[in-house]
Write a protein of this length. Structure first.
Length: 161
Protein backbone atom coordinates (compact mmCIF):
# COMPACT_ATOMS: atom_id res chain seq x y z
CA UNK A 1 0.00 0.00 0.00
CA UNK A 2 1.39 3.38 -0.98
CA UNK A 3 -0.96 6.08 0.32
CA UNK A 4 -1.21 9.69 -0.76
CA UNK A 5 0.68 10.93 2.26
CA UNK A 6 -1.14 14.24 2.44
CA UNK A 7 -4.40 12.33 2.79
CA UNK A 8 -4.72 11.84 6.54
CA UNK A 9 -7.23 8.98 6.15
CA UNK A 10 -5.15 6.75 3.87
CA UNK A 11 -1.95 7.65 5.70
CA UNK A 12 -3.64 6.83 9.01
CA UNK A 13 -4.75 3.44 7.68
CA UNK A 14 -1.22 2.72 6.44
CA UNK A 15 0.19 3.71 9.85
CA UNK A 16 -2.41 1.54 11.66
CA UNK A 17 -1.33 -1.43 9.53
CA UNK A 18 2.31 -0.72 10.35
CA UNK A 19 1.55 -0.56 14.08
CA UNK A 20 -0.44 -3.82 13.91
CA UNK A 21 2.30 -5.62 11.96
CA UNK A 22 4.88 -4.56 14.53
CA UNK A 23 2.73 -5.23 17.60
CA UNK A 24 2.68 -1.56 18.61
CA UNK A 25 -0.08 0.36 20.39
CA UNK A 26 -2.47 2.55 18.38
CA UNK A 27 -2.68 5.64 20.57
CA UNK A 28 -4.69 8.81 20.18
CA UNK A 29 -1.48 10.85 20.57
CA UNK A 30 0.16 9.12 17.59
CA UNK A 31 -2.99 9.50 15.51
CA UNK A 32 -3.39 13.23 16.24
CA UNK A 33 0.30 13.93 15.63
CA UNK A 34 0.11 12.19 12.25
CA UNK A 35 -3.06 14.10 11.32
CA UNK A 36 -1.31 17.41 12.09
CA UNK A 37 1.76 16.40 10.09
CA UNK A 38 -0.49 15.60 7.12
CA UNK A 39 -1.78 19.20 7.23
CA UNK A 40 1.72 20.63 6.81
CA UNK A 41 2.83 21.35 3.26
CA UNK A 42 6.59 21.36 3.50
CA UNK A 43 9.12 21.14 6.30
CA UNK A 44 8.37 21.27 9.98
CA UNK A 45 10.30 21.04 13.19
CA UNK A 46 9.18 19.74 16.57
CA UNK A 47 8.58 23.26 17.95
CA UNK A 48 6.29 24.13 15.03
CA UNK A 49 4.35 20.87 15.38
CA UNK A 50 4.10 21.33 19.15
CA UNK A 51 2.74 24.85 18.61
CA UNK A 52 0.11 23.55 16.17
CA UNK A 53 -0.99 20.89 18.63
CA UNK A 54 -1.17 23.40 21.49
CA UNK A 55 -3.17 25.83 19.32
CA UNK A 56 -5.70 23.04 18.79
CA UNK A 57 -5.81 22.43 22.57
CA UNK A 58 -4.11 19.07 22.24
CA UNK A 59 -1.51 19.07 24.99
CA UNK A 60 1.37 16.65 24.49
CA UNK A 61 5.01 16.71 25.53
CA UNK A 62 7.78 17.32 23.05
CA UNK A 63 9.20 13.94 24.07
CA UNK A 64 5.99 12.28 22.86
CA UNK A 65 6.27 14.20 19.58
CA UNK A 66 9.87 13.07 19.12
CA UNK A 67 8.86 9.47 19.85
CA UNK A 68 5.96 9.62 17.38
CA UNK A 69 8.17 11.14 14.68
CA UNK A 70 10.77 8.41 15.23
CA UNK A 71 8.04 5.81 14.78
CA UNK A 72 6.76 7.57 11.63
CA UNK A 73 10.29 7.57 10.22
CA UNK A 74 10.56 3.83 10.92
CA UNK A 75 7.25 3.37 9.09
CA UNK A 76 8.75 5.31 6.12
CA UNK A 77 6.07 7.99 6.34
CA UNK A 78 8.32 10.86 7.47
CA UNK A 79 11.91 11.74 6.55
CA UNK A 80 14.45 13.78 8.47
CA UNK A 81 16.44 16.71 7.08
CA UNK A 82 19.32 18.47 8.75
CA UNK A 83 20.16 21.36 6.46
CA UNK A 84 22.28 23.16 9.07
CA UNK A 85 23.71 22.17 12.43
CA UNK A 86 21.13 24.22 14.33
CA UNK A 87 17.74 22.66 13.54
CA UNK A 88 16.39 19.30 12.40
CA UNK A 89 13.42 19.41 10.04
CA UNK A 90 11.01 16.70 9.02
CA UNK A 91 8.82 16.21 5.98
CA UNK A 92 6.33 13.69 4.69
CA UNK A 93 8.22 11.17 2.58
CA UNK A 94 6.01 11.73 -0.48
CA UNK A 95 6.71 15.45 -0.34
CA UNK A 96 10.47 14.88 -0.01
CA UNK A 97 10.77 12.74 -3.14
CA UNK A 98 11.95 14.19 -6.41
CA UNK A 99 13.29 17.57 -5.45
CA UNK A 100 16.54 19.25 -4.55
CA UNK A 101 17.17 21.42 -1.53
CA UNK A 102 19.19 24.60 -2.11
CA UNK A 103 20.48 25.64 1.31
CA UNK A 104 22.00 29.07 1.98
CA UNK A 105 25.04 28.63 4.18
CA UNK A 106 24.69 32.21 5.46
CA UNK A 107 21.06 32.52 6.54
CA UNK A 108 20.03 28.85 6.45
CA UNK A 109 17.07 29.39 4.13
CA UNK A 110 16.00 26.35 2.13
CA UNK A 111 14.51 26.47 -1.34
CA UNK A 112 12.93 23.41 -2.92
CA UNK A 113 13.73 22.88 -6.56
CA UNK A 114 11.50 20.43 -8.38
CA UNK A 115 13.07 18.84 -11.40
CA UNK A 116 11.77 16.11 -13.68
CA UNK A 117 15.39 15.36 -14.62
CA UNK A 118 16.34 14.76 -11.00
CA UNK A 119 13.24 12.61 -10.43
CA UNK A 120 14.08 10.51 -13.51
CA UNK A 121 17.71 10.22 -12.44
CA UNK A 122 16.69 8.99 -9.00
CA UNK A 123 14.20 6.53 -10.50
CA UNK A 124 16.69 5.20 -13.05
CA UNK A 125 19.59 4.98 -10.60
CA UNK A 126 20.72 1.40 -10.08
CA UNK A 127 22.97 0.60 -7.15
CA UNK A 128 24.42 -2.89 -6.81
CA UNK A 129 23.08 -4.82 -3.82
CA UNK A 130 20.91 -1.88 -2.73
CA UNK A 131 17.22 -1.01 -3.08
CA UNK A 132 16.64 2.76 -2.85
CA UNK A 133 13.41 3.88 -1.18
CA UNK A 134 13.67 7.65 -1.60
CA UNK A 135 16.37 10.21 -2.17
CA UNK A 136 17.14 13.74 -1.22
CA UNK A 137 19.80 16.08 -2.50
CA UNK A 138 21.27 19.14 -0.82
CA UNK A 139 23.10 21.93 -2.62
CA UNK A 140 24.83 24.43 -0.36
CA UNK A 141 25.63 27.96 -1.46
CA UNK A 142 24.58 31.56 -0.93
CA UNK A 143 21.08 32.87 -1.64
CA UNK A 144 20.63 36.06 -3.65
CA UNK A 145 19.63 38.10 -0.56
CA UNK A 146 22.77 37.12 1.35
CA UNK A 147 24.95 37.58 -1.74
CA UNK A 148 23.58 41.11 -2.16
CA UNK A 149 23.98 41.86 1.57
CA UNK A 150 27.61 40.63 1.56
CA UNK A 151 28.46 42.61 -1.59
CA UNK A 152 26.84 45.73 -0.11
CA UNK A 153 28.79 45.32 3.15
CA UNK A 154 32.01 44.89 1.18
CA UNK A 155 31.32 48.06 -0.84
CA UNK A 156 30.61 49.99 2.38
CA UNK A 157 33.85 48.74 3.90
CA UNK A 158 35.83 49.74 0.79
CA UNK A 159 34.31 53.24 0.90
CA UNK A 160 35.55 53.69 4.48
CA UNK A 161 39.12 52.84 3.53
Amino acid sequence: MNPDLHDADSTGKFFDEYLTEHGLRKSTVRKVILEHICRIRGYFDVDMLHGMLEADNFHVSKASIYNAIELLMNACLVVRHQFTTQVVYYELKSAAAGHLHAVCRCCGSVKEIRSDRVARLMTDLKIAKFSPEYGSMYIYGICSKCKYRLAHAKRQKNKQI
